[in-house]
Write a new protein. Structure first.
Length: 136
């Protein structure tokens, strides 16, 4: 179920100390972004934080569970774990868990793909590989 508009407003306010927070609706839920990078998702007025191989064990040790999705009759998990309840009323907990999610998000960013073309000194695009045509 989609998160309510009032919950998404609350989430924006909650995470605002960490940077510019935006929310984008997607797949019946919402992605939560900080300075343009997704670090959490929301659905049913809940928050799930981004995890990776570095942070997953800490989420599991706290008894937190992965976000599950059902598609075509099969259940799978995503790299997001439910946020602990204490983030909503404990600033230290909010800072700790949000920082873990932001770090996982930063590590997960993929570098931009390089174009297949490079530019000449005059600024015109040229292919990376210049093959000379053979005279027959």
């Amino acid at each position: 179920m989609a998160p309510s508009a009032s919950f998404l407003d609350y989430v924006k306010d909650l995470f605002s100390p960490f940077g510019e927070i935006s929310v984008r609706k997607m797949f019946g839920g919402a992605g939560i972004y900080c300075d343009g990078a997704i670090f959490a998702i929301s659905g049913d007025d809940d928050v799930w934080f981004k995890v990776d191989d570095v942070t997953r064990a800490e989420f599991e040790a706290a008894g937190l569970r992965p976000f599950e999705v059902e598609m075509n009759g099969k259940t799978g998990t995503m790299s997001y774990y439910n946020a602990p309840e204490e983030i909503y009323d404990d600033n230290d907990a909010l800072r700790h868990w949000t920082s873990l999610a932001l770090a996982a998000s930063a590590r997960g960013k993929k570098p931009a793909k390089k174009s297949a073309k490079t530019k000449t000194a005059a600024g015109k695009a040229k292919p990376k590989s210049l093959k000379r045509a053979r005279k027959a």
